[in-house]
Structures are given as C-alpha cells and as structure tokens.
Design a protein. Structure first.
Length: 490
C-alpha cells in the first residue's frame, strides 16, 4: 500500500508541475523573416497577456463548476482527542492510581446530502453559464487583439508609402534646386527663384524626416501589438485591401534605407541643359481593392449574431437568473444523512459507538433572505439592461463604420484620378519652366499639389482599411487566423 501511495503522489506532482497543453508559448520573430498579416496576428495571439488573462478566467470558471458539484459528494470529518481526568480521594493509594489520567478518543463521520430542493442544481447551472460567458469573453479578447494588429499593420504600410512619397518629393525638389541654380548661374532665372528653390528643398527634407519618424513610430506600435520587444529586422507584405506597388516593406527601427545626409545642399552644376522628366513615386501604381460584400442590414444582423461580448452578456443574464432561483430556494430545507463512529477510553472500560441519522433542517433569516432575493432580482435586471445597451451600441457602431467605409470606398478611385491629373500638371509645369514659358511659382504649386494628392490618396486608403477593419470587428467577421476555446484543450 505504501508503494502504491508513493507512485500516485509522484504522478500527481508530475502532473501539476508539467505545462498544460492549453498554455500559449511566447513567439518571437526570426531575423530577416517575411511576415504577412496572418503571421503577425498569430504572434500576437500567442503573446497577448490580455488573451492569457481570459484563459485564466475560463479555467477558474471551469473549476467553479466542479466546486458547485462538490455538494453532491460526501463530507468526511474525523478527530482525535484526549480526555484528562482528575480524581480526589482520602487514600494515598487511590490518589496515586487514578489522579491525572489521560484517555484517548477517536471519532469519524460521513455526511451525505440527499436532497435540497434544487439549491445545488441551480448553483451548478449558474456556474455553467458563467463558464459560457468566460468562453465568449475569451473569444472577444481574440477578436480585439486580431483587429488591433490589423490597424497597426495597415499603419506601417501607410507610413512606408508616405515615406516613399516624401523621398520622391525630395528628389523632385533637389532636381529643381540644381536646375534653378544652373539657370541662375547662366542668368536665365532670378535670385528669388534660387532662394525659393532652397526653401522648398529644406521643407521637403523636413517632411522626409517627419515621415521617417512616423514610420518608426508605426513600427513600434506594430511590435507592441504583437508584444515583441527587441524585434529584429523583418519584412511585412501587402494585404488584399492595402496592395500598393511595393509588395514588401522592410521593418527596422535602426535602418530606414536612406543614409543620405539631408543637412547638405546638392552639389552645384554648371550645365543648365537637364532632362525634363518628372521623378515620380511608383507606390500608387495599379492599386485595386475588393468591395465590401455585405449590405448595412446584413452587417447589423451579423453583429447581433456573432459578437462574443453580446453572447457573454446573454450568458451572464442566464447566470443571474439561476442565482436568483438559488437564493429563493434557501427557504427550503436540506435533507442529509450522517454516519458516525466513535472510540473512547474511560477509567474502567473502552466505549465503542456508531450512529446513523437522517436530518431535515433549514436555517435562514427571513429579513436577510428577502433582501438577498431583492438584490438578485436587481442583478438580473442590471444584466438585461447591459444586453440592451450593448445591442444599441452595436447598431450605431456598425452604422458609423459602414458609412465611413462606403464613403472612403467611393473616394479612392476619385483620388487616384486626382493623383494622375496632378502628375500630368506637374509634368506640364516642369516642361514650361524648362523652356522659359512658366515661372517657378507655377512649378512649385504643381509639385505641392502632386505631393499632397499622393499623401491624401495613401491616407484615404489607410482610412478605408481602418474603417473596414472596424466594421469587420463590429460584426465579428470570421478570420483566416484565429484562436478558439477548442484550441486551448482545457
């Protein structure tokens, strides 16, 4: 028997110390890795402390069901005691034999619940609904984590596109400065044109530095969304709804890819005969996006059907209703059986006793129990109100996101045409300036309009993706990569 007990104890210790199959292992990023959006989501779901918090809550909810069921199991009590006796006698012999005697006693009993008019059953049902709510809270943490990564991922793509645009803008203004300086040396252009060219070049460089800073901040936000500190250099790819011309975006907080000293002016040139072609960014070429497949009414219906936080609140309502039933049943008695055994020594003999009893009893404070029932009713009404509130908020959340997305969806092709129009206008202004028909102000206005049109176009694409992701989150749209309760293997 001792050997078997040691084996059982050893197995229990190994089970407690070994990691569970449901534990999420922290994932890191390999240097030089090529990550797509799904890869980043997977890393975030494995690393997120928020997701792990809901897993711990779910485990607690599962244990609470077992605790509620434990009322059906017998209760064992045991005790060992010593009885001290003190006898007084006139004779010395009697005092020596019987004074200050110690007598051991042993007792043990088993108490088993037979019936308590559904009080335990309602408690079990309440904990089961709490478990369902915990499962949906886990699903909601996965949902919010997924779409937070999406937003940060899109922000990196947008920041990289704007960085490319500002680099192109520096090249355009630098070329204009070199050409204007050459024209000034030849006496073709005035000093004011050269000064304006210097100012515009400085402004373009400042804008490039700001774009680099925005890009770095976007990388920090993405790494934070994946809960990856000290991330190595890696690359991310475009998505179906954010597929600008450059398919891969280098991700590095230490190396942006342009080591040119922006504080220096370009080298002067003497030859005033330069090419007339406009340096343009290719980042906006052939952008396409897939239109959202659901109507507004369909989106609202999906939100009411899919949202895990709404499902969690509905489960909480059910749990509160069972809690109310449980409190009301405290009026009913509890039927239980008890079996006891006792062994006690006395001065002259040993006493063995065994008892069997069936008891029906109830204990409650009428005033206190009534107030507990009132509080339980309030909790049910409170939970129902939360469901109603969230349902209304979901409707307006879907409505706002849907309106924003549709408006941006309509703007994208118009802004794409504007980019091409401003590019053509810049090319015409550049050609006119080249042959002396246009002035420098016209050329710079055309350049600024082209640069602003590009930035507005990229910002609109980013806003569209944010609005679309917000809408997909609002309706809890199924994702290619996700994490479910079944995956936890609890």
């Amino acid at each position: 028997m001792k050997f078997h007990k040691k084996i059982i104890s050893f197995i229990l210790i190994i089970t407690l110390l070994s990691p569970t199959a449901s534990a999420l292992e922290t994932k890191k990023i390999e240097k030089g890795a090529m990550l797509n959006l799904n890869d980043c989501i997977t890393i975030s779901l494995n690393n997120s402390p928020l997701v792990k918090r809901t897993i711990y809550n779910l485990k607690t909810a599962i244990n609470n069901i077992s605790l509620a069921k434990s009322d059906y199991t017998p209760t064992i009590s045991a005790g060992v005691g010593y009885n001290q006796t003190f006898n007084s006698s006139n004779g010395n012999v009697m005092r020596n034999n019987y004074s200050n005697r110690t007598f051991p006693s042993v007792s043990a009993s088993i108490n088993q619940l037979l019936f308590n008019f559904g009080k335990t059953l309602s408690a079990i049902k309440m904990q089961k609904y709490n478990k369902i709510a915990a499962e949906y809270e886990f699903d909601y943490s996965v949902l919010t984590t997924t779409f937070n990564v999406k937003l940060k991922y899109y922000a990196v793509l947008a920041a990289k596109s704007m960085l490319d645009i500002e680099r192109s803008n520096v090249q355009i203004t630098e070329r204009n400065y070199i050409r204007t300086e050459a024209y000034y040396e030849e006496g073709i252009r005035s000093r004011i044109d050269l000064v304006n060219a210097e100012v515009n070049l400085s402004d373009a460089k400042v804008a490039l530095v700001q774009a680099e800073n925005n890009y770095k901040n976007a990388l920090v936000e993405l790494n934070n969304a994946m809960y990856v500190a000290y991330a190595p250099e890696y690359e991310i790819s475009n998505t179906e709804t954010f597929n600008l011309a450059n398919p891969y975006v280098p991700v590095s907080l230490t190396r942006i890819g342009n080591d040119k000293d922006l504080s220096k002016v370009p080298e002067p040139v003497q030859d005033a005969v330069l090419t007339t072609g406009v340096q343009k960014s290719e980042v906006l070429e052939d952008y396409k996006f897939q239109k959202y497949p659901y109507t507004f009414d369909e989106s609202v219906a999906l939100a009411m059907k899919n949202r895990p936080d709404l499902k969690a609140l509905n489960a909480t309502v059910n749990a509160m209703e069972q809690a109310l039933i449980n409190v009301k049943r405290q009026y009913f008695p509890t039927l239980s059986a008890n079996v006891g055994y006792g062994l006690a020594n006395t001065q002259r003999y040993t006493n063995n006793s065994m008892s069997i009893s069936i008891n029906l009893n109830t204990t409650f404070n009428i005033f206190q129990l009534q107030k507990e029932i009132d509080n339980a009713k309030i909790q049910v009404e409170y939970a129902q109100n939360e469901v109603s509130l969230l349902s209304q908020n979901l409707y307006f959340e879907v409505q706002n996101a849907y309106i924003d997305m549709i408006q941006l969806e309509k703007q994208i092709p118009l802004l794409e045409s504007k980019v091409r129009q401003t590019l053509e206008n810049l090319e015409l202004a550049d050609g006119r300036y080249e042959v002396g028909l246009g002035d420098y102000i016209q050329l710079q206005d055309a350049r600024v309009n082209y640069n602003n049109a590009q930035n507005t176009y990229v910002q609109t694409i980013y806003n569209y993706n944010v609005a679309r992701a917000t809408l997909e989150q609002a309706i809890a749209l199924n994702q290619d990569v996700t994490l479910t309760v079944k995956d936890l293997k609890l």
